[in-house]
Design a protein around this ligand. Sequence first.
Ligand SMILES: Cc1cc2nc3c(=O)[nH]c(=O)nc-3n(C[C@H](O)[C@H](O)[C@H](O)COP(=O)(O)OP(=O)(O)OC[C@H]3O[C@@H](n4cnc5c(N)ncnc54)[C@H](O)[C@@H]3O)c2cc1C
Length: 453
Amino acid sequence: MTTTHTTIDTVVVGAGLAGLTAARALETAGYDVTVLEARDRVGGRTAEHTLSNGERIDLGAQWVGAEHDRVLELVEEFDLELVSQYDSGTAQLAVSGTVFEDESPFRALPDEAETDLVAAVDRIETLRRRVPLESPADAPNADVWDATTLESWLRETLDTDTARRAFEAFVRAEFTVEPAEISLLYFLAAVNAGGGLEGLVDGDRETEASRLRGGTQQLSRRLADDLDGRVRLAEPVTAIDWSGDDVTVSTEDGTATGSYAIVTVSPTLAGRIDYEPALPARREWLTQRTPMGSVLKWFAVYDEPFWRADGYSGSVLADDGVIEEVADATPPDESCGILVGFVAGAPALEWSDRSLDDRRQRILEELSQYFGPRAGDPLEYVDKRWTKTPWSAGGYNAAMAPGALTNGSQALSDPVGPIHWAGSETALEWRGYMEGAIRSGERAASAVRDRLP
Ligand SMILES: Cc1cc2nc3c(=O)[nH]c(=O)nc-3n(C[C@H](O)[C@H](O)[C@H](O)COP(=O)(O)OP(=O)(O)OC[C@H]3O[C@@H](n4cnc5c(N)ncnc54)[C@H](O)[C@@H]3O)c2cc1C
């Protein structure tokens, strides 16, 4: 074992988009940084994979929103290529044992259910505007809304079973939690931080406008290039000692001491690090009430996107079965056809523990129901169980349990002595997206810069 000891201005924990952004900002401002990363690669929840045919896919974050300015700036800076999301044709919504079809899944619902669902979406849009972005706990009725699970609100608000199930499928697909796991207030705050529900009913979600040719992990690799030699891979941080004037961050291989530390791992993983002295009680409490969502992401690869010829966009939202969402991820030259999708929420917990053969068989069976027998016979099937991925412990992101948001939730991002916190979960805007991760890294770097000489 090599033991390394470094003394620098700032130690950054985690080389995902938040950590690398923070480190690059400090480095550019002329400060010394060291980034300690548990994995043997950078990028965290962005993860590329090369298919047998050479095509690159995103096993983690994939879509870039039209208003994700920081991501788009990096795309331009690094001269990367955006590919528009294919959405022409018929979408499908599988709920209550029926597959409804229209250009948007929600427009496919029978009239009564559609009216019901549109009214609920409008209500959410009205309520979420009453939730301040920076302090959701200051919303009117915050206590009541934080004590009400989203599931109970949906049961009270929606008159038709079909509309409620469709909404639940959306919640699972978008947040990878069961509606019973989060409060109405948390949902409103999360919708707010993600730019609202505009376009949801018409199937025109700006958050899924495009993806990156070659994969989103390129962003992190390019950021790390600018930090040559300052990113230490395969060094999980085990302890942070902030008892003295400096902060000493320990890994199995050594330590790094800085004037400040920026911890960019998700709350759950931050809670697994030993701190000396212990962190404030409220922060400790919050890290235990902000668990990761549950998701399995899969890809099925075909010789061509045959569903397009059949008039389908490839888009499916489902409450029936184990698949929650499907989308078309075919490369622009159509050299092959690719369907991508998610098993999310409670089904992801169950299916993550099934064998690869079982998962493949079940997912392909369901795809055949949507797109016909050809969908059941792909050239290649790949999946990634984020629920069982070390150093992520779930995905897409973390979500707070009911009652947490109104109990000092800012303690998750407030600095503790020399320790600052970043990561997608701490972002005000675009929380839970790559955009939020980048913005959180910028925010933490700027706060540390203000304290450094
Ligand atoms: C399946 C999936 C699909 C997604 N889809 C999208 C999408 O389409 N669009 C979008 O914008 N976002 C999407 N997201 C969310 C997005 O990936 C994340 O919000 C964002 O990448 C988080 O970045 P981060 O830097 O905050 O955290 P992370 O990427 O989790 O980075 C944290 C880093 O810390 C490291 N680490 C953890 N513990 C330790 C330790 N003890 N010591 C040292 N290092 C440690 C980890 O290995 C990791 O590299 C998706 C996520 C998943 C999982």
